[in-house]
Design a protein. Sequence first.
Length: 162
Amino acid sequence: MKDKRQAQFLAEFDELIQARLIYLATIRKDGTQSNAAPLWFTNTPDRTILIQSGPESWHTRRIKGGSPVIVWIGRQRNLALVGRAELSADPLIIERIIKDYPRKYLMARLGLHRPSKLSFARGERLAIKITPLEVLPSGFRSQPGVPVPNITTAKIGSAGFR
């Protein structure tokens, strides 16, 4: 990652913590961008993003197949980054999602769409960990069906940035 863009991400990560949503797109087999889906999320001190999703969602299926993800923070006009997404059965990640969602989202506090240990245990929800790898150029936009410019060569094997 370029030092300037990495510094931009680190400077704007506080915005991510305050944002209500992320928008997530995956890369289709033909190399084009999927539709960006708005998702609830939480994050960790080591700058990973945690989401949960159903096992049959398109983004979950593509993540299972190894697709990188594109994440927009807060709005689709904000900072965009490429991340390595992976399904996780780590009990600490699941517990963080279960505890953080009701703190952050009123609907979860009210019991609507609230993740629970049981829903994860039954396989109704899957935990997904996203490790940011590279900040995309300023102004990068969601364009479903358009080939993705050079992000499939992102440093997927790297440890991300801290």
